[in-house]
Design a protein around this ligand. Structure first.
Ligand SMILES: NC(=O)c1ccc[n+]([C@@H]2O[C@H](COP(=O)([O-])OP(=O)(O)OC[C@H]3O[C@@H](n4cnc5c(N)ncnc54)[C@H](OP(=O)(O)O)[C@@H]3O)[C@@H](O)[C@H]2O)c1
Length: 336
C-alpha cells in the first residue's frame, strides 16, 4: 500500500518578516522503509527563530534550506513501521524531519523519547533544545554563580522561560524582559523572576533595567540583541559574563543593524561576552536528567502555545517574530 504525506517546502527566500507566500504545501508518496529505516508519523513539531537564518542562502553553522525542498526541524513522532531492531511500532521518537505529516527516516537519526518521564511535547521544550540551551548558556557559558544578578531577554519565550527558572534554582536574582503585561505577570508570578520589564512600554530600557537592578547585572542571557544588549552593557557590573544565545531583533533585517553604541563597556568593565550554539554541547545527558527531575518536582514549569495542524505551521513560525507565543511555540499534527 502506498502512503502519501503532506509536507511543507521553502517556496521562496523571504525578504524581511516571512509570509505565507514563502511556504509551499506538497504531497509526497513515501518510499517503503528499507533495512535500518522507520516510517514515522509526526505528532508534534517545533518552530524556532533560528529557522529564519536557514532561509537565507549564506554559510552558517547549519546548511541553508533549499528552495523547493522540505523544511527541517525537531519533531516528535510515533513509529508506524520499523526495519530496525531497536524500534517497534508505537515507540515515540524525536528526530530532525519536522514540517511533514509522515516521513521515512534512518533509524540512526532517531532518539527514543519516554512519555513516562515527561509528556511528549516536553522533549521539544524543557528537555529539548530550549531547555538545554538555557542550561548550557547559563551554567557552561556564563558560569552562573549563586548570588549573581541575571538579566534574561525574551524571558517568556521557550529558552528565556527556562533560563529564568534555572537561574532561580541556582540561587540568582533574576530580571526578565518581555513584550506584554500578561507575559510579565507569568514570568514574575509563576516562574519566580524578581523583576520583569515590559520593553514595549518601559521607555528607556537601560533606565528601566538600572531601576530593576540597582546593584547592576552579573550575567546577561541574550535572546534579543539590539537595544537589549545596549541596556545590558550599560548596567553590567565589572567582570560580568554575557551568554549570547540569540539576537531575534535582527533576524528579519536585510542588512546588519549598527552594533551596540557602548561596546567599549567591555573594556572598562572587563565583560566576557561569548556566543554559543547548542550543537557545541553534544552530550548534555546529566543536564537533561537534572532538568527532568526539576520538571517532575514542579520546580521547572513549562508552558506551550499550541497551533493545530500542519497547515498552520507557517503561521506559528511567523508568529515568533511578533511574540504570539508564551513559552514554547509548538505545532500539533496528530494526537499521540
Ligand atoms: N544559541 C543557540 O544554540 C540557540 C538555541 C535555541 C534558540 N536560540 C535563540 O534563542 C532565542 C529565543 O529562542 P526561542 O526558541 O526561545 O524563541 P521564543 O523566545 O520562544 O520566541 C521568540 C520570542 O522573541 C520575542 N521577540 C520577537 N521579536 C523580538 C524583538 N524584535 N525584540 C524583542 N523580543 C522579540 C517574542 O517575545 P516578546 O513578546 O517578549 O517580544 C517572541 O515570543 C532566539 O534568539 C533564538 O535564535 C539560540
Amino acid at each position: 500500500m502506498t502512503i502519501a504525506a503532506r509536507e511543507i517546502h521553502l517556496k521562496s527566500r523571504p525578504t524581511g518578516v516571512p509570509g505565507p507566500e514563502n511556504f509551499e504545501f506538497t504531497e509526497r508518496v513515501l518510499p517503503v522503509p528499507a533495512e535500518g529505516q522507520l516510517l514515522v508519523r509526526t505528532l508534534w513539531m517545533s518552530v524556532d527563530p533560528y529557522m529564519r537564518g536557514r532561509m537565507v542562502d549564506r554559510p552558517s553553522y547549519i546548511e541553508p534550506f533549499q528552495v523547493g525542498q522540505p523544511l527541517e526541524g525537531d519533531a516528535v513522532s510515533v513509529v508506524e513501521q520499523s526495519r530496525d531492531d531497536r524500534f517497534k511500532p508505537g515507540d515515540f521518537v524525536k528526530h530532525f524531519y519536522g514540517w511533514r505529516e509522515r516521513v521515512v527516516i534512518d533509524a540512526a537519526t532517531a532518539t527514543k523519547v519516554d512519555p513516562a518521564i515527561a509528556p511528549l511535547q516536553a522533549w521539544l521544550g524543557p528537555l529539548g533544545v530550549p531547555g538545554l540551551t538555557a542550561y548550557a548558556g547559563l551554567v557552561h557559558v556564563a558560569k552562573l554563580k549563586e548570588g549573581d544578578t541575571v538579566f534574561v531577554s525574551a524571558a517568556a519565550g521557550a529558552v528565556g522561560s527556562m533560563a529564568v527558572q534555572i537561574a532561580k534554582i541556582k540561587g540568582a536574582r533574576v530580571i526578565g524582559s518581555v513584550g506584554s503585561d500578561d507575559k510579565a505577570r507569568w514570568v514574575r508570578d509563576e516562574l519566580g523572576a524578581d523583576a520583569v520589564i515590559n520593553y514595549r512600554t518601559a521607555g528607556d530600557l537601560a533606565k528601566a533595567l538600572a531601576e530593576a537592578a540597582p546593584e547592576g547585572i552579573d550575567v546577561y542571557f541574550d535572546n534579543v540583541g539590539g537595544d537589549h544588549l545596549d541596556a545590558a552593557l550599560a548596567v553590567a557590573n565589572r567582570y560580568a559574563r554575557f551568554a549570547i544565545c540569540g539576537m531575534i531583533a535582527q533576524y528579519n533585517d536585510e542588512t546588519p543593524p549598527p552594533g551596540p553604541r557602548n561596546l567599549a563597556a567591555l573594556i572598562v568593565k572587563r565583560i566576557a561576552m561569548q556566543g554559543y550554539i547548542i550543537l557545541d554541547y553534544p552530550d548534555l545527558t546529566n543536564e537533561t536528567r537534572e532538568m527532568a527531575g526539576w520538571l517532575a518536582e514542579g520546580r521547572i514549569k513549562s508552558r506551550d502555545t499550541v497551533v493545530e495542524g500542519l497547515e498552520n505551521a507557517p503561521k506559528a513560525f511567523i508568529g515568533l517574530f511578533s511574540g504570539d507565543n508564551t513559552g514554547k511555540m509548538l505545532v500539533r499534527l496528530a494526537e499521540g
